[in-house]
Design a protein around this ligand. Structure first.
Ligand code: CA
Length: 714
């Protein structure tokens, strides 16, 4: 890299702004050393160093398409395991590994960072930021992390408890660490940072806990905060003295009337996706759902509540607002616009257009003109019933009036639900086939207003009644609902706005995608198969059983002329937490066996034989409570506990299944776990502030009831 990369990029006459790094630094508060880093040039010109994977989506355009073609449709059947490394965490693994000159840098649950020799699989170092276990209670969707950023010999990781930590890539030793979130508020970080011209950009999550979203930039050299952009206005409507003041009037116009300070900070968290166009010098951020979910709670007088569920374009140097496009005005369904965003140049109606593509939770595939945010097309890529279409003139959805559950007061069974037609799992774009490969899913969800909603001090606060998810116990209904929950790998033509092929998966929750110039699409699924598909036909050409559910996306890289595929496997995320037994595979709960694996042609490695999950006896405990106390317990359970322990107290396999808990038999131990936080270090904090002692006893009674139902079913 270095001088040669500068010369190459200059010769191509491209990327004038990135080339500031090759000459004199512009006037800026940022350290000169970070401006002059060759990493950015290498990310911009990612296709000229395909042996590396330097940024989250490979290039800044986040296509997740690699020019490597040694592994192709003719030989992928001989792909084999080179090495695997078992991780020391057993929660969801969602990371995209980075590869720099043969070294793999990845993260695992609890924001731990690892470096491996990519060829041998030797663990070079591991960094543990020692996130307090209790932080799990502030995370909606598992204690996951989606990866590091690399810049000039340093790595950057956002930790679940809200720190941004810079590490020396050679040693794993911390260089600096900053708190990016206000203490005492339920912010978490699960997303990967991106670095643009020495600015480390990081957002956060927490809209299910009432926070106010923002994205910030820090100097890669020393961690100085450079700017912050709030994605929703402050409660008092006054300027923050932040970069987002440039858009404050735009935002405020869509939040009419007085806001109730007890109803949270508005949400709009930037918890995952970003992409960057160096020619336009625009940073695109995907903004999440409103907080709380029903609009009436956060904005009693209505309004679109910008920038909830929007894509916003900013100047990466200053955080200054440039444009926005809102997908779901006044969102009430957790329809985040945080899914992965891909930049490409497409010929549409005979004209080359610079587009941004996203398949967000709300079920429509959006193609925007990324120069100005104007909508080009938006067609449903999955089953959608909340809106009939997106009006191309106004750019707004034509919303089904019945979907406004806050207005009707009725239960609205929606497709998609809050897990989306596609969630965070990255899609990929192959410029040769012109297709986008989407991890699609269908999981309907009943939205019902919680009429007496008041935020609780701990755990999720949504404003809807999650008790609506409870299924009746009869077999026919349960089987029908299970059959309706499904997913697929889908090839989508963004120009002709249609599905070209799809491969069904047995469950809904399926993994991120990699596309390669070998004409292949790689993807893992919930049943544990990592597979390679023909990019043109969808034919499955190879698969390998990783013995655990897969949600993270694979990457590909090369060393000494040999191509490798690497993936971090490990079942988890929101679907197995909230979905209960709807997240199970055909054989029951899907195990978490967290590991990093690397594959190459003709490799002959093998995983150790998977030990079956030991069968557990249900506790022999009599029901002690009245129906009234059980009902009280169910209500409390559905208000808070359900978010991690699953609908109907059935665990999706990530946290303990309470129906099997021997603690059910012992009132005092139950109280010390649920009220006092006996297991806080494992993420189970004490919920004394949320519940009375009677409610906690009621939860025990409710779980005993569910345990008895399970026994009768067995
Ligand atoms: Ca959300």
């Amino acid at each position: 890299m270095g001088v040669r990369a500068c010369a190459t990029a200059a010769a191509a006459g491209l990327f004038a702004l990135a080339l500031q790094g090759c000459g004199s630094a512009p006037a800026s508060p940022i350290s000169e050393a970070t401006i002059n880093d060759p990493t950015g040039l290498a990310i911009v010109a990612a296709d000229s160093t395909p042996e590396n994977w330097l940024s989250h989506g490979r290039g800044y355009d986040e296509t997740r398409h690699s020019p490597l073609s040694q592994i192709d449709t003719s030989n992928v059947a001989s792909l084999g395991l080179v090495w695997s490394h078992d991780l020391d965490t057993d929660r969801g693994q969602e990371a995209t590994p980075l590869i720099v000159d043969g070294v793999i840098y990845t993260t695992s649950a609890w924001s731990k960072v690892q470096a491996f020799d990519g060829v041998s699989g030797k663990l070079l170092w591991q960094y543990d930021p020692e996130v307090p276990g209790a932080t799990a209670a502030s995370a909606c969707c598992d204690v996951v992390n989606r990866g590091v950023a690399y810049w000039g010999g340093k790595l950057f990781v956002g930790t679940l408890d809200g720190r941004l930590v810079a590490l020396d890539a050679a040693t794993g030793k911390p260089v600096w660490s900053v708190a990016t979130v206000e203490p005492g508020k339920n912010y978490t970080i699960t997303g990967a940072p991106r670095v643009i011209r020495g600015r480390v950009i990081i957002g956060n999550g927490g809209a299910e806990f009432g926070v106010r979203g923002y994205v910030s930039a820090y100097d890669a050299e020393d961690g100085d905060q450079l700017w912050r952009f709030y994605t929703v206005p402050p409660l008092d409507g006054k300027a923050d003295g932040a970069a987002s003041d440039s858009a404050l009037a735009t935002m405020l116009a869509t939040w009419p009337g007085e806001r109730d300070p007890n109803m949270g900070g508005g949400g709009g968290t930037v918890w995952d996706s970003m992409s960057y166009d160096p020619d336009l010098d625009l940073l695109y951020i995907g903004v999440g759902n409103g907080s709380y979910w029903p609009r009436s709670l956060r904005a009693p007088d209505g309004g679109d509540t910008l920038f909830v569920s929007s894509i916003v374009a900013l100047r990466p140097d200053s955080g200054e607002y440039v444009w926005h496009y809102q997908q779901t005005p006044g969102d009430q369904w957790d329809y985040t616009a945080t899914a992965h965003m891909i930049l490409a140049d497409l010929a549409i109606d005979g004209k080359m257009r610079k587009v941004l593509m996203q398949a967000p939770k709300n079920g429509f595939f959006y193609v925007l003109d990324r120069t100005n945010g104007k909508l080009i097309s938006a067609e449903p890529y999955t089953v959608v019933n909340w809106a009939s279409k997106i009006d191309l003139k106004t750019g707004r959805p034509v919303i089904n009036p019945e979907a406004d559950y806050a207005r009707t007061g009725k239960t609205w069974l929606s497709l998609p639900g809050p897990t989306g037609g596609h969630d965070w799992m990255p899609m990929a774009f192959n410029p040769a086939t012109g297709l986008v490969y989407i991890p699609e899913q269908q999981a309907g969800f009943p939205y019902r207003l919680d009429p007496g909603f008041e935020p609780k001090p701990l755990g999720v606060n949504l404003g809807i009644d999650l008790g609506a998810m409870n299924l009746p116990d009869d077999k026919a209904t349960r089987q029908a609902v299970r059959a309706s929950v499904k997913g697929s790998l889908m090839a989508w033509d963004p120009v002709h706005k249609k599905k070209v092929w799809s491969v069904p998966h047995s469950g809904a929750w399926n993994g991120g995608v990699l596309s390669t110039a070998g004409g292949l699409v790689f993807q893992g699924d919930g049943e544990g198969l990592l597979s390679a598909y023909d990019a043109s036909s969808g034919d499955r050409l190879w698969s390998y059983d990783l013995q655990t559910g897969i949600v993270a996306p694979p990457v590909t890289w090369a060393r000494d002329g040999k191509q490798y595929v690497t993936i971090v496997a490990g079942w988890g995320g929101v679907f197995p937490l909230l979905g209960g037994d709807l997240a199970w595979g055909a054989k029951g709960p899907i195990p978490n066996r967290s590991r990093v694996l690397t594959f190459a042609l003709d490799a002959k490695g093998a995983l150790p034989k998977a030990q079956p999950i030991p069968a557990r006896p249900l506790p022999d405990v009599d029901q002690f409570a009245t129906p009234k106390l059980i009902a009280l317990g169910q209500k409390a359970y559905d208000r808070t506990c359900v978010a991690c322990h699953g609908s109907g107290a059935a665990s999706g396999g990530i946290v303990p299944d309470l129906r099997y808990s021997p603690v059910l038999a012992d009132k005092d131990t139950w109280q010390s776990v649920v009220a006092d936080g006996l297991l806080a270090e494992r993420g189970m904090v004490g919920f004394r502030e949320n519940f009375s002692a009677e409610e906690i006893e009621g939860i025990r009674a409710y779980v005993i009831e569910r345990s008895h139902v399970l026994r009768s079913r067995q």
